[in-house]
Design a protein around this ligand. Structure first.
Ligand code: B12
Ligand code: SF4
Length: 477
């Protein structure tokens, strides 16, 4: 039987004083991808190493890669690409001869670039059916040309991109994810109850077309749903394994209120005792305020709300199909229901004026319990990548790598406003009060964040201090 190492690459390069993938400071949850792939590949022996959550050495990676027959890596963002590449090269050097397979959002957008960097195979878009066929082909030594959704290189280093694979029409037909591959002690979501945290999904993709969004692009601007019965079956399984906190990976959670009403009612009826957070559009909230009250009773404690900007001109330019008035209403509904609002916002957008950027910073506190503000990053495959390329307004090359301190040249000064905003925000008595006397989720959220920020600052080494805000190599063993 073939043995598979499933790998979320180790953080070999880190930035200091704050990491480049800042969201990890707010809590973490594993990618569902490997539980799902493990569910599909039940006839293989597999283990998972989460280099974003665990503290592994390169020596350990070498040992595990050497004892595996196949290595699978998740490449999901330009921010993580440097570390994925380092892990890939390390495996090729220290465990030569093993087929190395990549998958995920970034691998899909940059398949040939990854083959050029040494990967043998890239599974594009949805992974389950392709990986099943690929593993069978690897056992036989090929051929690979007939496997839809696969990019691969042959012995002469010619690159091939097979035709795309149609999306799975019925998500209920997927095997159950196998959450047992995760070490529960590595994950923590600040949702104010004890117990373990993990990731689950109720749907895949999103039917909207926001110009900056790569997630919707990945799934062909479609959204497919699992049935409420299947979702409840998964939640029961998760609960049985001792998890109490869920991050739903859905890009557009709650999109069909009737379907989610059934899920929430089931969770309440079965007294699952779960707490969860999910990505929500503002119009999903305003379309059905009653459903949000039910969601709270079912355990929703965090809304990762797509606010983006308080400026209607910018929202229109994003093609967000929402306006600021909807945002204000959504915030009111969620606050009324008692749900913590982590608001996603974007500054430094193409053509954004300084006044519009300032309006976003000014609105951030009022519209959220905590604002997750990103500086605009044109992602490969999106309409905005094409727009930024046409204007020669890209932070760097083809955006294969991105380090979150370099922005589109026309908005380079935004970084200073951004740092001033967060410095002021995090040291304001208002946030400190939330950490000490806020609602249970506010307290958990802010304490987790302050603690992780302190740990990050205190992880200083002479090398890091000499190169603040640069990615520096952090693993030497
Ligand atoms: C959980 C999660 C995280 C977790 C864990 C990440 C991890 N990979 O371990 C944490 C919090 C650490 C995280 C961090 C970040 N994340 Co994140 N994350 C998610 C989230 C919400 C869920 C992922 C998931 O479980 N999906 C469900 C599974 C079933 O789908 P999937 O991952 O796509 O996997 C399928 C296929 O892609 C494929 N597949 C995936 N991997 C592999 C590997 C192999 C070998 C194979 C064969 C197939 C395969 O098969 C799977 C089944 O079909 C997604 C949103 C989403 N809907 O996916 C964002 C998302 C992936 N994250 C994103 C981003 C931007 C980030 C950050 C940069 C945020 C930040 N600024 O800090 C960081 C980067 C971290 C890093 N160093 O790379 C973006 C990526 C956008 C892009 N590349 O274009 C997404 C899409 C969110 C969004 N809507 O913008 N993230
Ligand atoms: S609603 Fe969210 S997931 Fe859907 S396209 Fe817009 S940003 Fe992307």
């Amino acid at each position: 039987m073939k043995k598979i190492l499933m790998l979320q690459p180790l953080r070999v390069y880190r930035r200091w004083p704050m990491p480049d993938d800042f969201t990890g400071l707010l809590g973490n949850s594993p990618t569902l991808a490997f539980a799902q792939l493990r569910g599909t590949l039940r006839n293989y022996e597999s283990e998972f190493m989460d280099g974003l959550a665990g503290n592994f050495t390169l020596g350990e990676l070498t040992r595990r890669a050497q004892s595996a027959d196949v290595v699978m890596l998740n490449a999901h963002s330009s921010i993580g690409a440097l570390n994925v590449e380092f892990n890939l090269r390390h495996i090729l050097d220290t465990a030569p001869g093993k087929p190395v397979i990549l998958g995920g959002h970034h691998a899909t957008a940059y398949d040939f670039e990854w083959l050029g960097r040494g990967a043998h195979f890239v599974v594009r878009n949805e992974g389950e059916e392709t990986i099943d066929e690929l593993m069978a082909a690897i056992e036989k030594g090929g051929p690979y040309g007939g496997i839809a959704g696969l990019s691969w290189r042959d012995a002469e280093r010619n690159f091939h991109r097979n035709p795309a694979r149609p999306l799975i029409s019925d998500l209920d037909s997927l095997p159950m994810p196998d959450w047992k591959i995760y070490d529960p002690s590595l994950y923590y979501l600040p949702l104010a109850i004890p117990g373990y945290s993990t990731t689950a999904e109720t749907s895949r993709g999103c039917m909207h077309r926001c110009r900056f969004c790569a997630a919707s692009e990945m799934w062909g601007h479609t959204q497919r749903f699992k049935s409420p019965e299947r979702v409840l079956e998964e939640l029961r399984a998760v609960r049985k394994l001792g998890f109490t906190k869920i991050w739903f990976s859905d890009d557009n959670f709650g999109a069909e209120p009737e379907r989610y009403t059934k899920i929430y009612e089931g969770m309440i009826r079965e007294n699952l005792g779960l707490r969860f957070a999910s990505f929500l559009r503002c119009d999903t909230v305003t379309r059905s305020p009653e459903t949000m009250k039910l969601a709270y009773r079912a355990g929703m404690r965090g809304a990762l709300l797509g606010i983006e900007s308080p400026v209607n001109r910018i929202l229109k330019d994003f093609a967000k199909a929402n306006d600021h008035e909807t945002t204000v209403k959504a915030v009111e509904v969620l606050r009324g229901a008692g749900i913590f609002i982590a608001g996603f916002m974007i500054v430094g957008y193409l053509d954004e004026t300084q006044a519009e950027t300032e309006a976003t910073f000014r609105a951030a506190d009022e519209l959220t319990d905590y604002p997750i503000i990103s500086i605009f990053e044109p992602r490969m495959g999106t309409a905005d990548f094409t727009r930024a390329t046409a204007k020669l307004d890209l932070p760097g090359g083809d955006m294969f790598y991105h380090n979150t301190v370099k922005f589109i040249p026309s908005k380079a000064s935004t970084i200073n406003d951004y740092r001033d905003f967060y410095r002021g925000y995090m040291t304001s008595p208002k946030q400190l009060r939330k950490a000490l006397f806020g609602t249970p989720v506010q307290r958990d959220w802010y304490r987790t964040l302050y603690l992780n920020m302190a740990k990050s600052v205190l992880s200083v080494t002479p090398t890091k201090a000499a190169h603040p805000w640069e990615m520096v190599r952090a693993i030497y063993r």
